[in-house]
Unconditional design. Structure first.
Lengths: 286, 801
C-alpha cells in the first residue's frame, strides 16, 4: 500500500532535475569538527534531495546572519536548526526533531556556581539571545543578570570549549556529551531542552511534504545527530520560548476545600440495614 | 427337698410349740396335738394323723389340731381332704390367720389358686411378716410370671423367715434372683445368682442365672460365661437361646440364627423361644418375611406369651404392615399391669407413631409411662410421640432419664431444641437459653450450638454468642451459620474479625443465601465498619439477588440494602472530601431508591465534587423541601449552597457573596453556621479572583469580609492570604512571620513563604519552604519546577552559594 502511494506521488512530481539546498545551522550541536558538520549536512541534503526527486545539497551556516540571509534569498527551504534559535524566529514549520539535549555549565577551577560570580561565560550562538538563554532558559532565573560579568556567543560548541581550554573564557554553557577539555569540569547539570529541528521555510506542496515525511525516518546521521524523529508540532521550540522570560513568582491564594463547607451538614448521620431477626434463623430438628 | 417338704417345715416352724388358740384349757387333746406335731416332724404321718384325729375328736374346737392335720393331708397330697378340714376350721375361726394360711395353702396345692391366693394375700396384707404365706405367694407369682409380685413376696419372706429356715435360702434366693431378672432388675438378680452360685458351686441354675443376668447387663461379658456353660447346654439348651440373644444384641444375626436353630433342634418343648430368636435374627438381617413366619410360629406355640406377639408386631411394623401390627397388639391387649409388659406399650406407641398418630400414641402411652418411671424404652417412645405431636415440653419431661440410650438422648436434644425454638419465636430467648445449654451438654452438635448462639444474640449478648456460633460454624460450615458467627463478632465490636467469616459465608452460600449473607454483612459494616465494604458485599451478590426472583421479598430487601449502603458510603466519601465518589454512590442509591434524604446528599456531593451544573440542578430539585440536615439548615441550606456553587464559576464569586450577605438575615442555627462558612469560602474565592486579576486592593477587601464571617474553618487561609498580600506590598519580614506560623496548617502558605525567602535572597530557606509545601500536599502547578531550578543551581544542600 505504502509502495503504491509512493509510486503515485512520484508520478505526480514533475520530472525535472531541480536542486534543493538543505541548510544546517546548529551551533550547539557538538560536532567534533567542522568536517563532521559538513559531512552531516551533505548527507542530509542528498537524502532529502532523493526523497523529493531533486538534486540535494547540504550547506553549513556558521553565523546566524549568514543563515538569515540565505533564508531571505530563499536559497534554503529545508534546514536543520538549533531549537533555541528557532524560538526567537518564525516563518517555518517543524517537520522532524532530534532527541532532547541536556546542557551543562562547564568551568575551569570552579566547583559551584558561586565560584563563577563575575566571570566570563561562552555559549554557542543562537541569534543574539545568548544571555536570556543562559540565565532564564537554562538557569531558570535563579541567578541575577549581574551575576556573570559577561555572557558571550561562541560560533559553536567546539569553539566555546576550545576558548575555555585556551583560557579565553572562565566557563562555557554547552550541550552534555561534548568532549571536555583537560582542566575543566561540569559545575552544574542543566535541564534538557529540545535538540535541533528539521524545518521547512515557506510553502511546500502537500505532495512534497508527504514525500519528505516518508523519507525522514530513514535518514541515518552520525554520532552527533544519529537520525530524525517525527515532528512534535513545534512544542519543543515553544517550551524554550516560554522559558526565555521568567515570570515573577506569585504565591497561591488559599481557599478551603468545598467539603469543609458541607461537612457539618452530614455529621452525626447514621445508617442502618435491617437484619433478619436471629429467631427467624433458628434450626429445628427435622 | 421337695416344695411340699418345705411347706411342712414352714408349717411346723410357723406354728407355736403349743396350741396358742386353745380355748378349752389344758386337756388331753393338747397332749395329742403335741404328739401329732412331734410325729409329723419325724415324718410318721400315720401316727401324726392318728394323734391329731383323736385331738380333734376330744376337742373339735382345737384349731391348731386342724392345721396340723391338714399338713398331714398335704404331705400325703390329699389336698381335697385338707381343704375340707380347713373349711371346717374356717367356719369356727373365719379370721384366724393360721386357719386362713393353712386353707390358702391347701387350696393352692390343690390347684385352686384363684381361691387360695386371695386368702394368703389377705393375711400378708395386714401381716407382711407371715413368711409362710409370703413364700407360697412368691412361688405362685414366680410360676405364673408375675415377677414384680414375686419379688415383693420373696423379699418379704427373706425379711421375716426364722433362722431355722436359713438352710433353704439358696433355693429361694435363686427364685428371687430369677424374679428380679425377669422384672428388669438384672443387677440385683446378678448379685443373688452369684451368691447362690458361691454358696453351692454345683448349682447349675445359679450359674445359668449368673450368665443370664450378665447377659441382661452386658452381652459382651456374658458370652464367655455362656460358652462356659456349653457342656450343660445339651441338657439346658436355653443356654444357646440366651447366647443367641446376646449374639443378636451384639450385631451378629448370623450367630444368633445358628444358635436359635440349634436351640430349636435340642429343645422342641421350648421351641417358641427358639422360633422367636430365629425370627428376630431374620429381622435383624432384613429378611422380614422369614422373621414374620418364625415369630408367627412362636406365637402359635405360645399364644399366651406376650413377648412373641410384641416381637411379631415389631416385625410387621418394620415390614410396613402397620394395621397388622396394631391388630396383633390389640388382639393381645394391654397387660393387666403395665409393669407386666412394658414392651407391649412401647410397641403400640411405635406402631401408632409409624401410622402418623403421634397424638394418639402420646395419650395412650402417658398413663403406663407414669406408672413405670424406669421403663426407659417406653419413655423413649412416649417422648418421641410427644415431640411429634408438638408437645416439646412434655417430651423433655418424659425423656429425662433416657439419655443413656442413643435414641433417648437424641430425642431429648431434639425436644429441648424444639422447645427452645418455640420460646425464641415467642420472644422469650431468656427462657430458651437454659434449654439449649442443657441440650449442649447432651450433644454439642451444630444445630444446638447455632440455636444457643441465636438465643444469646436475641438477648443482645453478642460476645457470649461467639463461642457456640464458632463451634456451629466449625461443625457445619453452612452459609447462615457462618453469617451468624460473623454477626456475633461484628455486634461485639470486632468487624475486622467478622469479615473473613462473611466472605466464607458468601462463598459457601447457595444462590438464595448469598443475598441474605450480604445484607447481614452490610448491616454490620454500616453499624461499625466501612460502608464501602458494605457496598462491595452487596454489589457482588446483586446477580444472585436478581436470580432470587422467586424470593421476591429477599430481592427487594437486597435492593433496599444496597441503596442504603451506597447512601452511607456516599456520605462517608463526602466527609472524606471525595466528592466524585460520593456523587457516583449517591446517584446509584437515588436511582434505586429516590428518597429525599439521598437526593439532598447527592446535591451536597455535587457541590463537593465541583460539578456546578449538577449541583445547581440537584439543589433546585430539593429546594423548599426538608433535607436531613440539622434544622433550620434542612430548608435553608439549599439557597446558601446555590450561592456557594455559583461562586465556583470564575469571576462569579463577588456576586455570590452579595447573595450570601442577603441571606444572612434569615439564617439561624446550623443554617447560620453554614452561611458563615460559605460566606468565608466565597469571600476567599472572590479574593482569589481579584488576586488573579492583579487587584490586590480588592483582594484585601474580600479578605476582610472573609475574616469577618462567623465560620469555624478558613481562618488560617485568610491569614495566609493576608500574608501573601503583605508580601506583594513589600512587607516581606512581617509576611514571613505570619507564614511561618500558618505554614504547618495551610500548605499553600509554605509556597508563599518560599517566595518571601527567595525575595530576601535566601535560596536555601526558600527551597526548604517549598519542599515542606510539596510534602504537605500543596496544590500549586509551578512548585516542582521551582524546586528543580533551585536544586539545580544551588544543590539540595545550598552548596551552590
Amino acid at each position: 500500500m505504502k509502495r503504491a502511494l509512493l509510486v503515485l506521488l512520484l508520478l505526480a512530481v514533475p520530472a525535472r532535475a531541480d536542486t534543493i539546498t538543505v541548510g544546517l545551522f546548529a551551533p550547539s550541536a557538538p560536532f567534533p569538527s567542522t568536517a563532521a558538520r559538513v559531512e552531516l549536512a551533505t548527507r542530509l541534503g542528498e537524502h532529502i534531495g532523493r526523497a523529493l526527486g531533486m538534486t540535494g545539497a547540504g550547506r553549513v551556516y556558521a553565523r546566524a546572519g549568514d543563515f538569515g540571509g540565505a533564508l531571505k534569498k530563499s536559497e534554503v527551504t529545508v534546514a536543520l536548526v538549533d531549537a533555541a534559535f528557532l524560538a526567537g524566529t518564525g516563518g517555518y514549520t517543524v517537520v522532524a526533531t532530534t532527541p532532547p539535549q541536556e546542557w551543562q555549565l562547564v568551568a575551569r577551577g570552579a566547583s559551584k556556581i558561586g565560584d563563577l560570580r563575575g566571570k566570563r561565560v561562552l555559549v554557542p550562538a543562537n541569534g543574539g539571545q545568548e544571555t536570556d538563554f543562559v540565565l532564564n532558559v537554562l538557569l531558570g532565573g535563579e541567578v541575577p543578570r549581574s551575576f556573570f560579568a559577561k555572557i558571550e556567543a561562541a560560533p559553536d560548541t567546539a569553539a566555546a570549549l576550545s576558548a575555555l581550554a585556551l583560557g579565553k573564557a572562565d566557563a562555557a554553557v554547552v550541550p552534555a556529551g561534548a568532549e571536555l577539555p583537560a582542566g575543566t569540569s561540569v559545575v552544574i547539570a542543566l535541564p534538557a531542552i529540545a535538540g535541533p529541528a528539521l524545518v521547512v521555510y515557506g510553502s511546500m506542496s502537500p505532495q512534497q511534504r508527504a514525500l519528505l515525511g516518508a523519507a525522514l525516518p530513514g535518514f541515518k546521521g552520525d554520532a552527533t545527530i544519529a537520525g530524525l524523529r517525527p515532528s512534535d508540532g513545534g512544542e519543543g521550540v515553544r517550551a524554550i520560548l516560554r522559558r526565555f522570560s521568567v515570570a515573577p513568582k506569585r504565591g497561591p491564594f488559599a481557599v478551603p476545600g468545598a467539603r469543609l463547607v458541607v461537612g457539618d451538614l452530614v455529621e452525626g448521620r447514621a445508617f442502618a440495614i435491617e437484619r433478619t431477626p436471629p429467631a427467624e434463623l433458628v434450626v429445628v430438628p427435622k | 427337698m421337695s416344695r411340699l417338704a418345705i411347706l411342712i417345715s414352714l408349717l411346723l416352724a410357723s406354728l407355736p410349740a403349743r396350741a396358742q388358740r386353745v380355748t378349752q384349757g389344758e386337756d388331753e387333746s393338747a397332749a395329742l396335738v403335741d404328739e401329732g406335731r412331734r410325729e409329723l416332724k419325724r415324718g410318721k404321718l400315720d401316727d401324726a394323723a392318728k394323734a391329731l384325729d383323736q385331738a380333734i375328736a376330744l376337742n373339735p374346737r382345737r384349731v391348731d389340731a386342724y392345721v396340723l392335720r391338714a399338713a398331714v393331708y398335704a404331705a400325703r397330697k390329699q389336698y381335697k381332704q385338707g381343704v375340707e378340714l380347713m373349711r371346717r376350721a374356717q367356719a369356727m375361726a373365719p379370721t384366724d390367720d393360721e386357719v386362713l394360711v393353712a386353707l390358702g395353702t391347701q387350696l393352692v396345692l390343690a390347684g385352686d389358686a384363684d381361691v387360695g391366693v386371695p386368702l394368703l394375700e389377705q393375711v400378708t396384707a395386714h401381716d407382711p411378716r407371715r413368711y409362710d404365706a409370703q413364700l407360697l405367694l412368691g412361688g405362685h407369682y414366680h410360676d405364673t410370671g408375675n415377677w414384680p409380685a414375686a419379688v415383693t413376696a420373696l423379699e418379704a419372706y427373706f425379711a421375716a423367715r426364722p433362722a431355722e429356715l436359713a438352710k433353704e435360702d439358696a433355693r429361694h434366693r435363686v427364685d428371687l434372683a430369677d424374679a428380679y431378672l425377669r422384672s428388669g432388675k438384672p443387677q440385683q438378680a446378678l448379685g443373688l445368682f452369684q451368691r447362690a452360685a458361691a454358696d453351692k458351686k454345683t448349682d447349675l441354675r445359679a450359674r445359668i442365672g449368673v450368665a443370664w443376668a450378665t447377659a441382661a447387663i452386658d452381652c459382651k461379658k456374658a458370652r464367655p460365661l455362656l460358652r462356659d456353660l456349653e457342656p450343660a447346654a445339651e441338657a439346658h439348651p436355653e443356654v444357646w437361646l440366651v447366647d443367641g440373644q446376646c449374639a443378636l444384641a451384639l450385631g451378629d444375626p448370623g450367630g444368633a440364627l445358628a444358635l436359635g436353630r440349634r436351640y430349636l433342634d435340642k429343645a422342641p418343648h421350648g421351641s417358641a423361644a427358639g422360633h422367636a430368636l430365629v425370627g428376630e435374627a431374620y429381622a435383624a438381617r432384613g429378611n422380614l418375611a422369614e422373621a414374620k413366619k418364625e415369630l408367627a410360629a412362636a406365637r402359635e406355640l405360645e399364644p399366651a406369651r406376650r413377648r412373641w406377639t410384641v416381637r411379631f408386631a415389631v416385625v410387621l411394623r418394620r415390614a410396613g404392615d402397620l394395621d397388622g401390627a396394631l391388630a396383633a397388639l390389640d388382639k393381645l391387649g394391654p397387660p393387666a399391669q403395665a409393669a407386666l409388659d412394658p414392651d407391649w406399650w412401647a410397641e403400640l406407641g411405635e406402631t401408632l407413631l409409624a401410622k402418623g398418630d403421634a397424638a394418639g400414641a402420646a395419650s395412650r402411652l402417658a398413663p403406663p409411662a407414669q406408672e413405670l418411671p424406669e421403663a426407659v424404652a417406653l419413655h423413649v417412645v412416649l417422648g418421641a410421640a410427644q415431640l411429634a405431636s408438638k408437645q416439646p415440653e412434655a417430651a423433655v419431661a418424659t425423656l429425662a432419664g433416657t439419655e443413656g440410650t442413643p435414641r433417648g438422648r437424641k430425642l431429648l436434644v431434639d425436644a429441648l431444641v424444639t422447645g427452645a425454638a418455640e420460646k425464641l419465636a415467642d420472644n422469650a430467648a431468656v427462657d430458651a437459653e437454659p434449654l439449649l445449654v442443657r441440650a449442649e451438654k447432651l450433644d454439642a452438635n451444630a444445630m444446638v450450638e447455632r440455636d444457643l448462639g441465636i438465643a444469646r444474640l436475641a438477648q443482645n449478648r453478642a460476645a457470649d454468642a461467639i463461642v457456640p456460633l464458632d463451634r456451629a460454624a466449625k461443625a457445619d460450615g453452612s452459609a447462615i451459620t457462618l453469617m451468624l458467627a460473623a454477626r456475633a463478632r461484628a455486634l461485639a465490636g470486632d468487624v475486622l474479625a467478622a469479615r473473613p467469616l462473611y466472605e466464607r459465608a458468601v462463598a459457601a452460600g447457595a444462590p438464595i443465601e448469598k443475598p441474605e449473607v450480604a445484607i447481614d454483612w452490610a448491616a454490620s459494616e454500616l453499624a461499625g465498619g466501612d460502608p464501602n465494604v458494605a457496598v462491595t458485599a452487596l454489589e457482588k451478590t446483586a446477580t444472585a439477588a436478581g436470580g432470587a426472583a422467586a424470593a421476591g421479598k429477599l430481592a427487594a430487601r437486597h435492593k433496599a440494602a444496597l441503596a442504603t449502603a451506597r447512601h452511607a458510603a456516599g456520605v462517608a466519601a463526602l466527609r472524606a472530601g471525595n466528592g466524585a465518589r460520593a456523587v457516583e454512590l449517591l446517584r446509584a442509591s437515588a436511582g434505586a431508591d429516590p428518597q429525599l434524604a439521598t437526593r439532598c446528599d447527592l446535591a451536597l456531593a455535587a457541590v463537593v465534587a465541583g460539578e456546578p451544573a449538577a449541583a445547581l440542578s440537584a439543589l433546585a430539585a430539593v429546594g423548599g423541601q426538608s433535607c436531613p440536615f440539622p434544622a433550620p439548615a434542612d430548608t435553608q441550606a439549599a439557597p446558601i449552597l446555590v450561592a456557594f456553587v455559583e461562586a465556583q464559576t470564575p469571576k462569579r464569586a463577588a456576586r455570590s457573596l452579595d447573595r450570601l450577605t442577603a441571606l444572612a438575615a434569615k439564617a439561624t442555627g446550623a443554617a447560620a453556621a453554614l452561611l458563615g462558612t460559605a460566606t468565608r469560602v466565597v469571600a476567599l474565592e472572590a479574593g482569589a479572583d481579584a488576586y488573579k486579576s492583579g487587584d490586590a486592593a480588592a483582594a484585601r477587601k474580600y479578605l476582610a469580609t472573609a475574616k469577618a464571617a462567623n465560620a469555624r474553618i478558613g481562618g488560617d487561609e485568610v491569614a495566609a492570604n493576608l500574608a501573601l498580600l503583605d508580601l506583594i506590598e513589600g512587607k516581606t519580614d512581617s509576611a514571613i512571620v505570619q507564614l511561618e506560623r500558618i505554614g504547618p496548617k495551610v500548605p499553600e502558605a509554605l509556597v508563599t513563604l518560599g517566595i518571601a525567602y527567595d525575595k530576601k535572597g535566601e535560596p536555601q530557606k526558600a527551597l526548604d519552604a517549598w519542599k515542606r509545601a510539596r510534602k504537605a500536599g500543596a496544590r500549586f502547578g509551578p512548585l516542582n519546577d521551582w524546586i528543580d531550578a533551585k536544586e539545580r543551581v544551588y544543590g539540595s544542600g545550598g552548596e551552590g552559594q
